[in-house]
Design a protein around this ligand. Structure first.
Ligand code: 16G
Ligand code: ZN
Length: 534
């Protein structure tokens, strides 16, 4: 087998002088320099599967909201979680080995260290987004998988959350935790049926315009719609920016990242005042809502808003079902969450808030410790997870009145509607629509729950971002020495001030966030802190 590995690695030589890192979202960079990485990721996926006695491991080829010329790859654990940290280190190591022989030796060393018996079957599920480079990179990955002797299930194009779903379904098939049928049809049927049940005959008002970033979410949403109730009974959806025939248009002037960063609708949007809109990113694991208010002003309803909306709804339903004493709901945020959102959850909803570093895996881990964990990053990544004990409590609960039964049915349908394996833009927006329909709210009512503090996010280019070390979920700097004290001084000068600086995990820069009572103060604070960081 080692000869096969040497040959496969030789076939896709690594460009000289490049250093690869398995970061918060896997490997991600210009597609033209990723061939060698994909082959080696194939080897790691096979090893990871063998170290888990042949459980299915997922490999997703995507660069999410990045420009069309980029690509990337990430590995998915058996229940749909992000790759375990020690395997991130292994992935980085193997990607940077100089010679094919070094790769092969490292492969065998890791197999021994992690008790990955090379005679055990290795099972790997593979999918990709719609980028032009995807098919070439898939070939490179296949070469690695073949050399490692893995059994491969290839799904072609999928959204990232669909791939996570397949992995979880395959690993739970036939058990008491069976998650669903591991096919695309199975996915649409599961979420489509749950949407219908969760609505309980309530019809969402108006329509929803979904911007698909010209990515894989477009064709997949079109399929999903076929499994939703007809628009006369359910939700009328207008799909826009779903051109995957022109891959160079991916994420260009559209998509969740465009909307969140520019604080405006995609220029292609024709929605009128009060019309609900949402934008997915290139691989459909992120969603943000927005609308034009009565004065034609753009209003964003970001991940913070989705979290507060969903937490308040689930809180109500849990209370109505008579479960408030046995189940505690918590919200997990990052430092980017608007201070007003945090305050709303703690003081108005009276729920606990945890703060973690940026990156889905940190939020997910924190949410796993809660009975019902609602986690969203402000940028729209997120989901709700229910602990195994919670699922058990909900399954066994006997309602004592028709009102309790009604709420219990809604909670059970929501559990099916929420993709438990990972944040899923399609499942998330269906959930938002269910909540709005039940509350009989439009976007204006949703927006009115609290007022965001004015804020500003700046990107500061520095000579070495690695010197910026943080603590307290990235809210405070411990290095460079003395910098935090200077930031504190500036923060104290403004009303309701808060600011932090952290090294980006995806770009060579430091990000500075500031918020304050007024726009002028927030902008001023962000600028001053950026000056300190430079
Ligand atoms: C990655 C993370 C995302 C995070 C972003 C921060 C995942 C799947 N993705 O895209 O959650 O918000 O990085 O980027 O975890 P930054 O470190 O450049 O600010
Ligand atoms: Zn994404």
């Amino acid at each position: 087998m080692s000869d096969a590995i040497v040959e496969a690695v030789k076939k896709h030589p690594a460009p000289e002088g490049l250093v690869y890192t398995y970061g918060t979202a896997g490997f991600r960079t210009k597609a033209e320099v990723l061939d060698s990485v994909l082959t080696r990721v194939g080897l790691v996926a096979a090893l990871r599967s063998r170290s888990l006695k042949g459980k299915w491991i997922g490999v997703m080829i995507t660069a999410s909201h990045n420009p069309p010329e980029d690509n990337g790859v990430k590995l998915v654990e058996p229940l749909g979680n992000m790759l375990q940290e020690d395997w991130e280190v292994i992935s980085t190591e193997i990607a940077n080995k100089a010679s094919p022989e070094d790769v092969s030796k490292y492969y065998h060393d890791i197999a021994t260290q992690h008790k990955a018996d090379l005679d055990t079957p290795a099972r790997v599920v593979v999918a990709r987004d719609t980028r032009a480079s995807g098919s070439r990179l898939l070939g490179c990955l296949q070469d690695g998988l073949k050399a490692a002797g893995a059994e491969v299930k290839e799904y072609g194009f999928l959204t990232t959350p669909q791939l996570h779903y397949m992995v979880r379904c395959l690993n739970t098939e036939g058990t008491k935790d069976a998650y669903g049928t591991p096919t695309e049809k199975g996915y649409y049927e599961k979420f489509g049926a749950a949407f219908k049940t969760a609505l309980k005959g309530k019809k969402p008002s108006g329509s929803l315009t979904v911007d698909c970033a010209n990515g894989v979410g477009g064709p997949k949403l079109t399929e999903l719609i076929k499994h939703l109730p007809p628009k006369e009974e359910g939700l009328e959806i207008f799909v826009i920016n779903d051109n995957v025939i022109k891959p160079e248009s991916l994420n260009v002037d559209c998509g969740a990242d465009f909307v969140k960063t520019n604080q405006r609708a995609p220029p292609s949007s024709k929605a009128g005042p009060g019309d609900r809109c949402c934008s997915l990113d290139g691989d459909a694991d992120r969603v943000v809502y927005y609308f034009k208010d009565a004065n034609n002003v753009f209003r964003l309803l970001d991940g913070d808003r989705i979290a507060t909306l969903v937490a308040s709804f689930l809180g109500d339903q849990v209370r109505l079902a008579g479960l408030a004493d046995s189940l505690k709901i918590g919200v997990v945020q990052t430092a980017y969450a608007n201070g007003a959102a945090t305050q709303y959850v703690e003081q108005h909803l009276k729920l606990k808030v945890d703060c973690t570093p940026t990156g889905v895996k940190y939020l997910h881990h924190a949410a796993e410790k809660l009975d019902i964990g609602v986690y969203f990053e402000a940028n729209g990544h997120g989901t709700v997870i229910f602990s195994p004990d919670t699922l058990d409590t909900i399954a066994k609960h006997e309602p004592k009145s028709p009102g309790q039964k009604e709420a219990l049915d809604v909670i059970r349908a929501c559990i099916d509607l929420i993709n438990q394996s990972v944040g899923d833009a399609l499942s998330d927006f269906l959930l938002v629509e269910v909540v709005l329909a039940h509350k009989n709210w439009g976007p204006q009512e949703w927006l009115s729950t609290y007022t965001d503090l004015p804020n500003r996010l700046l990107k500061v280019v520095v000579s070495d971002r690695k010197i910026f070390k943080t603590t307290d979920a990235e809210r405070r700097l411990v290095a460079p020495e003395g910098l935090q004290a200077q930031i504190d001084k500036e923060v104290q000068k403004v009303r309701q001030g808060r600011s932090f600086a952290r090294a980006s995990g995806t770009e060579d820069a430091v990000r500075v966030y500031a918020e304050a009572a007024t726009k002028a103060e927030a902008e001023d604070l962000a600028r001053k802190v950026s000056e300190l960081v430079k």
